[in-house]
Structures are given as C-alpha cells and as structure tokens.
Ligand binder design. Sequence first.
Ligand code: CA
Length: 221
Amino acid sequence: MKTLLLVEDERDLLQNNRTFFEARGYAVLTAETLKEAREQLAARAPDAILLDIMLPDGLGLDLLRELREKGDHTPVLLLTAWGRPQNIAEGLRAGANDYLPKPFDYDVLLARVETMIRNVERIPETITKGALKLDLAASEAFVSGEDLLLTPKQFSLLLHFVQHEGQTMAAEYLYKKIWGKPLNRDSGALKSAVSQMRRKLAGSGYAISSERGVGYCFEKE
Ligand code: CA
C-alpha cells in the first residue's frame, strides 16, 4: 500500500482529498501546517507528498527546499491556488516533481500522483562505475566499499557527473544545476567541490578532467 502525505490547510479540501485517496487504496497522512507536516515526515516516509503552498505557518516551498537540501527525493506535487507562472516555475526549481493548480480534476490528480510514484520506482537504487558505487536512496557514494562521506551538494554533483559520463559540462551549467543559482564571478565553490571530488574518486577508475574555459568531464581514467 502506498502512503501519501496531504499538506493542506483548507479542511474541506483536505477531507475530500483524504476520502478520495483512501477509496483508491492509499494510506493517507494529513497535516494542516508546516509544523504538522514536519512531525509526520519525522515519523514516516510517505511515497509522495501533495503540498499546498500557502499554509498558516509559512510556505510549502520552504518545506520542499528543506527536504531537497537533506537529499530527500520523495516526490512532491504542489497543489496551489497560485496559478501564476512564476510560482509554478519557482516550485519546480525548488524540487517539486509536478504541480496542479486549484481547482483541479480528481482524475488528473490521481494520474499525476500515480505517475510521480511510478517514475521514482523506475530510478535504479544504485549506480556502479568501476569501484565507484552510488546509493541513490541514501545519497551516499562509495569507492571500494569505503563511504566518501559526501555532503548533499557533493552527492548531487557526483550523480550529475556519473549520469553524463564522457560529456564536457560548462562550469556555469554545473553550478546552476547543483547550486540552483548563476555562477557569476564566484567559481570558488564549484572549483573546490571538484577538487575534493577528484581526491575522493582516487582508486575508483574514474576521474574528472577539466578543459580550461570549456568545462569538466567525468570519464574513465
Ligand atoms: Ca492554503
């Protein structure tokens, strides 16, 4: 049985959503505030979260960012009365898997939830490259079984490299992808992350090469 966490402060809507999903075989957790949602998430790991944006104690987007910063990739669908394009774009950039403006059609909502959960299930649990192993569920990486003790950003960077093996990626692109903001003139964070990653990859059979002014490439040694 799949478990959904519904975060919604409009009680009637929350009740309707709960009834709808329970009737379709889902276990449903509910929260009317960010605080309640954090408490639910501390106790249980739902298969997906339906997240309202405007909540009495803050923005759903803040909870979403917290989850993604912790490396928690539970699929999140934003249910929002804010149909304005910039809110949708902001939500997707903050790590939402999907969104649906209110009022929504229940058939569409169900299909979106099923799709989000199916897409997550399709992601392999681990990726192995030579002596390097990435555990996607735990956001951990190992070389010959030794934990590289990566921060969430380092793990995202490594995963991005591994998923684009042999492709040279510009520093601006990588920084935007991992840090979620433009590189501007501060390339220090990326340079330092890459140089740490190079040390950590020693013995894995893979390395990160760089081409001045072009970018970085993850490839076999
Ligand atoms: Ca609301």
